[in-house]
Design a protein around this ligand. Structure first.
Ligand code: C5P
Length: 398
């Protein structure tokens, strides 16, 4: 298969050092990468870095006498399938919005008629400036995709909005946006994410290692496919997803109530949450005092949300997850039947570097009709895409 061509435009901001990993990410995933740098970008990171990583010459000067392409910016624009500006300074955003072409970056971008993706990263005051906001609105009106900066630690030494997202997240964003997606318009999908928390007393609780990343990726992609998505999540450190109804819960029973209240009108539920199977029988009103000997805590079963939904379902499609340490195949098949599911994503958690807390996962999809689809190890975003694509087929009756 022919490689996809991505032109990566690099402009002069401190986040440029992270753009080097971004170039690597695309090369690693089989893209042909060509880079273009502004004069200011060259002051932060050398051309050699990007030439080495992209394995291609870097364009910096339209009037370079050594350049074999006499009209380098047109040649590059014609070669491009996708154009990515990372990091995008307030300056390049303004130039793109107004159609200014005064260097290799702005001129090549103006000559490019292919999808453009912009990842702004700048000081929070520059980000908040009405001129930047106006220019970004103009870009969006022109069909340019913009990945908003994150709130985080800025080079200025304080926390604010303006930080460039991590390269892996940028890669996942572009692949999600640029690959053909199923339409889930008019579909209501409930996704659960994160671990539940079961309180013992006002200061102690039982929890688990789930970070919520898988569920958030599923909700983000289902929403990008046009579904109306509700994300019922336990405590996580993740940002709210724009355009998704966020419902924050703590215990398994709260999660069950939140899902049940929306179940009748839903078309599908994806249970990616790590729901606690047990909770303390009694939640103490006061902090429990230490005793000298061992302490016995009586636990009682929580509802199995998915199993209950399996009993209640009329038209809804149900997707479950199963983390297994042995007999993946048999356990997955039994679980699919017992919980009356349409699709089960099972992973072998005895393997290192996947699943809980990791950015990657490797799952096997088991279907009601006995079909099995293995998904090779990839980012949680990519795995989420595959699961939602399969769910979309089930919702279409295929
Ligand atoms: O039975 P097991 O815990 O392996 O099943 C995992 C699946 O069931 C996951 O989709 C999880 O979200 C869901 N589950 C649930 N309620 C529980 C336990 C698990 O909905 N109490």
């Amino acid at each position: 298969m022919a490689k996809k061509h991505i032109a990566i435009y690099l402009t002069g901001g401190i986040a440029l050092y992270k753009a080097a990993s971004c170039v690597r990410e695309f090369v690693k995933h089989g893209y042909e990468v060509r880079c273009v740098m502004t004069e200011n970008a060259l002051k932060f990171v050398s051309k050699l870095t990007f030439e080495t990583l992209s394995q291609n010459p870097v364009l910096t000067d339209l009037f370079d006498r050594n350049n074999q392409n006499s009209v380098a910016h047109i040649e590059l624009a014609d070669w491009t399938d996708i154009a990515l500006v990372v990091p995008a300074t307030a300056d390049i955003i303004a130039k793109m919005a107004l159609g200014i072409a005064d260097d290799a970056v702005s001129t090549s971008l103006l000559a490019t008629a292919k999808p453009k993706y912009v990842v702004p990263a700048m000081n929070d005051k520059m980000w908040d400036n009405p001129a930047t906001k106006r220019n970004l609105d103009l870009l969006k009106q022109d069909g340019v995709q913009v990945l908003e900066p994150e709130v985080g630690f800025l080079a200025e030494g304080y926390q604010a909005k303006g930080r460039m997202p991590e390269p892996k997240a940028i890669y996942a964003w572009i692949t999600a946006k640029s690959s053909p997606k199923p339409s889930l318009k008019d579909k209501k999908i409930i996704v659960t994410a994160g671990g539940t928390v079961e309180e013992i007393d006002p200061v102690r609780f039982l929890g688990n290692h789930s970070t919520g990343k898988m569920g958030y990726a599923l909700a983000a992609y289902a929403s990008a496919c046009g579904a109306s998505v509700t994300l019922v999540h336990g405590p996580t450190n993740l940002h709210d997803l724009p355009g998704v109804e966020m419902v924050s819960v703590t215990s398994a029973r709260e999660m069950f109530a939140a899902v049940k209240a929306r179940f009748e009108t839903a078309d599908a539920v994806i249970m990616a949450a790590a729901v606690a199977d047990y909770r303390p029988e009694i939640k103490a009103d006061q902090k429990i005092k230490k005793v000298s000997g061992p302490w016995q805590l009586t636990l009682v079963r929580n509802p199995d949300i998915l199993q209950e939904l399996g009993q209640l379902k009329t038209h809804q499609k149900l997707v479950g997850f199963a983390a297994e340490t042995q007999n993946l195949f048999e356990n997955a098949k039994k679980k699919l039947q017992r919980k009356n599911l349409d699709l089960l994503a099972a992973n072998d958690v005895s393997k290192k570097d996947i699943g809980f807390g990791s950015d990657e996962n490797e799952v096997y999809l088991y279907f009601k009709d006995g079909k099995m689809l293995p998904l090779k190890k990839d980012s949680k975003q990519k795995i989420a895409q595959e699961i939602v694509d399969q769910l979309a087929l089930l919702l279409k009756g295929e």
